[in-house]
Design a binder for this molecule. Structure first.
Ligand SMILES: *Cc1c(COP(=O)(O)O)cnc(C)c1O
Ligand code: SF4
Length: 452
């Protein structure tokens, strides 16, 4: 537990200092070296809160939060592991290590992190970087000052791209062009702040981004402001004892007072993230501002691949007055072989969990794949006229007309992602021709799953 007399101060551990952690004494030399090998390829940063309050060090090997935040040997394929391990043992230089890491990453994931070039809107002939407009009603905004997180999830490829600029000036400029775009697009009702984690921002920086909405000068049709964040799981003190906690909550309250529906989209991966006094207080304080909290997470091997984990998590979230929203299928991970789960099993995890909870918890939708045509929900596996199929539907579609129409794909026990599926009963999916027609114009080559 953290010291109760002093407000906890945020501290981050990563490759250069993790060995100083007292709990590392429990790991043997090989395990420590594995962290180093894998941590050179995948993101590694963990907050003192996660280390001291979430991970059960008596069972660290199988602890879900340890797996979520600490690199694990099996995240690398054996060949890649050998390459990196030999490079480190040979004492290769920093640039050489970095080059090898990049090479491995490219082989694992041909679409490197942070390239938010999909569905990038244009205003007055200029590309609006940091903005993504894929679904009619909702614009995603990646504020330049929110491109890191309090800890990194080992499955995520979106670790920091840029920091340390003149944050305030940058924020004002970005907000200016975002608001201009929204003024020209009154179909947009929802503005979603994502990242990284926008709640990494200090309150006075965040204020710059929402100033036009606070001032009432925005002249847009934005009605809901969403904030995607994993801060409640990785640093809840952001809303309790941090120096800017009150100011941040004040901004939430001010947006609500202005008439906005503000929804905090909280990323929770496991029920243990809901148990500490700090997160419980943080949730209460956020709710007291009039902001709603909706919850979402991908389903991942080694972390939350059991139905009981989800039913317990949804029930507990509802008990804390949060609203379960999405369960995602994760694709955009580097260590895909390590985290992935076949679609059928993913659906079973969802179904077994869903049927255990009451209707109040069944606001959750999933399992959902964010792919090029839209967000595709796996409704289930069914046999129709002797043929086993996946039943699917769009929760969100590139074309709003696609939403809600059930469609079918051939059953494939090994499929782990939408791209693995083939149409059943027909030679094309109903949306295929229209999707192909759009290809080359606005279509994304890959679609990044939005964690936050
Ligand atoms: C999920 C998502 C949204 C938000 O969709 P909702 O159905 O409104 O929650 C917006 N943009 C992208 C690209 C998304 O993946
Ligand atoms: S999944 Fe979200 S919280 Fe985790 S590292 Fe990625 S952006 Fe950060």
């Amino acid at each position: 537990m953290m010291n109760n007399s002093q407000p906890p101060r945020y501290k981050a551990y990563s490759l250069n200092n993790f060995k100083k952690l007292p709990c590392m004494a429990r790991l043997d030399e090989d395990e420590l070296f594995d962290i180093e090998v894998v941590g050179n390829v995948f993101p590694f940063k963990v907050s003192n809160y996660v280390v001291e309050e979430l991970i059960d060090w008596n069972n660290y090997k199988d602890d879900p939060i340890f797996r979520l935040t600490f690199p694990h040997r099996d995240m690398l394929l054996p060949g890649h592991y050998e390459l990196m391990s030999q490079a480190l043992k040979a004492g290769k230089s920093r640039p050489e290590i970095r080059q090898l890491a990049n090479q491995i990453r490219t082989e694992l994931n041909p679409h490197p992190a942070g390239q938010i070039k999909l569905n990038v809107p244009v205003i007055n002939g200029q590309k609006l970087m940091g903005v993504q407009h894929k679904y009619r009603e909702t614009v995603l905004f990646f504020p330049g000052s929110g491109q890191t997180c309090h800890s990194y999830c080992t499955f995520c490829f979106r670790w920091p791209q840029f920091t340390g600029m003149d944050e305030l000036k940058f924020a004002m400029r970005e907000t200016d062009s975002l608001v201009k775009y929204l003024q020209q697009h009154h179909e947009v009702t929802d503005l979603l702040f994502t990242g990284g984690d926008p709640m990494i921002m200090k309150a006075k920086v965040f204020r710059q981004y929402i100033e036009p909405f606070l001032e009432g000068t925005h002249k847009t049709n934005v009605q809901t402001i969403r904030i995607g964040s994993k801060s409640l799981a990785y640093w809840p003190y952001k809303f309790t004892t941090d120096p800017d906690a009150e100011e941040m909550l004040g901004l939430f309250r001010a947006l609500v007072d202005k008439g906005f529906n503000v929804s905090f989209m909280a990323h929770f991966s496991h029920p243990v993230e809901l148990n500490t006094a700090a997160v419980q207080l943080a949730v209460k304080r956020i709710l007291a501002t009039g902001v709603q909290i909706r919850t979402q997470s991908p389903v991942l091997r080694h972390i939350n691949d059991k139905p009981e984990v989800w039913s317990k998590m949804w029930r507990q979230q509802v008990n804390m007055n949060m609203i379960p929203y999405y369960m995602f299928v994760e694709r955009d991970t580097g260590a895909q072989h390590y985290f992935e789960i076949p679609l059928e099993e993913t659906w079973e995890i969802f179904r077994q969990a869903y049927r255990k909870v009451s209707g109040i918890c069944r606001t959750v939708r999933g399992p959902s794949m964010s792919c090029t045509p839209g967000k595709v929900q796996i409704l289930g596996v069914q046999e129709i006229n002797g043929q086993k199929v996946f039943v699917l539907r769009f929760i969100q579609g590139r074309n709003p007309n696609w939403v809600g129409r059930p469609f079918f794909a051939k059953y494939d026990p090994e499929a782990t992602w939408f791209d693995d599926l083939e149409p059943a009963f027909e030679d094309h999916f109903f949306f295929q021709y229209e999707l192909d027609k759009q290809a080359g114009s606005a279509i994304a080559e890959s679609d990044k799953y939005m964690c936050n």
